[in-house]
Design a protein around this ligand. Structure first.
Ligand SMILES: [Zn+2]
Length: 473
């Protein structure tokens, strides 16, 4: 009973838009806070909702590899909304948020309280396609099993996934579309030097990027939620590029008269699995559904939309080491002070790359190290001449002695240090760092090694700790 009361209270605040993060967390579906969400993750949830009588779950069709793609229908109202997620298989944040939305609606069914009932259910028919591209999800890939970008298939319609989405849109004839994606975490919000944790767009329907009534309505929907997002995410809301993309579904649906909003979930500090963006997605869906139902978004002009700073696609770096001193070739003193900016490819899963040397002050960094007074040193090679069992203590000792990497046969080294090691790395043994190459070096202060950067990973010698700057998603 207590659980029921707390659920009802949380539900009331969530539906009134006055909720706290704790209220929303009541509806956070367990098991989906991770970087890859596959069909296997959502199958039990789909199965559960197939048993409920307040919504309809049907199989819309199958992917290339015969994984089911589902359509969920809620409500019988006149205003039709179609939302689809994960058409890019490696963009799972909104899929989790759609199931959180179902958890809110399920709670509303269970409390059977008219006070907690979202009034919009009377006016709206809501259609959800969670995970349009389950084959890509299985591979953690953007593309479908044929290697096709489903979101460039809106005209050619060669993928079963794209065909199913188009067929659903033509049969349902939605008035509104929620096109739900993730963007890579290097997108910044304007020149704020902060990540664009949410980016929004009312996609263009022609090359001239004109505004017709349906695009106007999508822009109003975005204007209407801007105050909420500005509060939740100061300087971290971006506007996605509205260049017309004739092959994309958002643009094509926009041309079909569907008021389409694009939601891109992006990076956030210390939020590896984008749980804040997930919660904000839920808030966006609830806000939009309420405002579509009562038409209140029409009170907004386009000034809110137009004032959202544009996405800066190269605004963020994973790690910025600032003010590193480079020595003269003859060792006679300092030559230059530079910033070193790093990213990890594959959205944090790939190798670390040094992609800028020089003034990195225009970028924001997920992690930063102030190296004022510290001198760059490539470090020496420690030759592997026999078997070496490397403890953390011994490793830190070697780093302190000026060794940054090992040379020789990798099999001779058993690394028990719990820290990264570099064996025969490329791009070392140069006096100055090299773009695209130097990710293994030492930083010294008055001759003493303070930090070792090993394959782009930061080791602090004082406590032999690893600062992993690349765990983002
Ligand atoms: Zn996408």
């Amino acid at each position: 009973m207590l659980k029921r009361v707390s659920l009802w209270l949380a539900l009331s605040t969530v539906l009134s838009g006055l909720a706290t993060a704790a209220d929303y967390s009541e509806f956070t579906v367990p098991g989906l806070a991770k970087g890859q969400i596959t069909h296997g993750d959502i199958a039990p949830l789909i199965h559960y909702y197939q048993q409920q009588d307040w919504l309809e779950v049907t199989e819309l069709g199958r992917s290339v590899e015969q994984r089911p793609i589902y359509l969920i229908k809620i409500g019988q109202g006149e205003r039709k909304v179609l939302a689809w997620s994960q058409m890019h298989g490696d963009e799972p944040t909104a899929t989790a948020a759609l199931f959180d939305l179902l958890a809110v609606l399920q709670a509303q069914q269970q409390t059977d309280s008219t006070q907690a009932s979202p009034a919009w259910l009377d006016n709206i028919s809501l259609y959800l396609i969670p995970m349009l591209n389950p084959d890509g999800a299985e591979r953690n890939s953007r593309f479908n099993a044929l290697g096709i970008d489903v979101n460039r298939d809106a005209l050619a319609l060669q993928t079963p996934e794209g065909q199913l989405l188009m067929q659903a849109a033509k049969q349902i004839k939605p008035h509104y579309g929620f096109n739900l994606h993730d963007q890579n975490r290097y997108h910044g919000a304007g020149d704020s030097k902060k990540p664009a944790t949410i980016s929004l767009l009312a996609p263009a329907y022609n090359e001239a990027r004109e505004i017709n009534p349906s695009r106007h309505a999508a822009m109003q929907l975005i204007s209407a939620v801007k105050p909420m997002l500005d509060k939740a995410l100061p300087q971290q809301l971006g506007r996605y590029d509205d260049e017309y993309s004739i092959r994309s579904f958002g643009d094509t649906f926009s041309a079909m008269g569907i008021s389409t909003v694009l939601v891109e979930s992006g990076g956030q500090y210390n939020d590896r699995f984008r749980q804040q963006a997930r919660q904000l997605n839920l808030q966006l869906y609830l806000s939009w559904l309420a405002m579509i139902s009562n038409g209140s978004y029409r009170d907004y002009d386009l000034s809110g939309y137009n004032s959202i700073p544009m996405n800066n696609s190269n605004g963020m770096k994973d790690l910025i080491i600032s003010d590193v001193t480079l020595q003269r070739a003859d060792g006679s003193g300092p030559l230059a002070k530079v910033d070193l900016a790093f990213t990890a490819g594959g959205n944090g899963r790939g190798p670390v790359v040094l992609n800028e040397i020089g003034d990195a002050s225009i970028y924001g960094g997920y992690h930063s190290l102030d190296a004022s007074g510290m001198v760059y040193s490539a470090g020496k090679a420690y030759p592997l001449t026999g078997p070496l069992n490397l403890s953390a203590e011994r490793y830190v000792q070697l780093l302190a002695e000026g060794y940054s990497h090992f040379s020789g046969e990798a099999r001779l080294l058993t690394n028990n240090s719990g820290l990264p090691v570099a064996i025969n790395p490329r791009g070392v043994n140069t006096l100055w760092p090299q773009r695209q190459l130097s990710t293994t070096f030492l930083l010294t202060l008055e001759g003493a090694v303070q930090w070792a950067v090993i394959n782009g990973r930061l080791i602090r010698l004082a406590d032999a700790s690893l600062v992993d700057a690349y765990s983002g998603n």
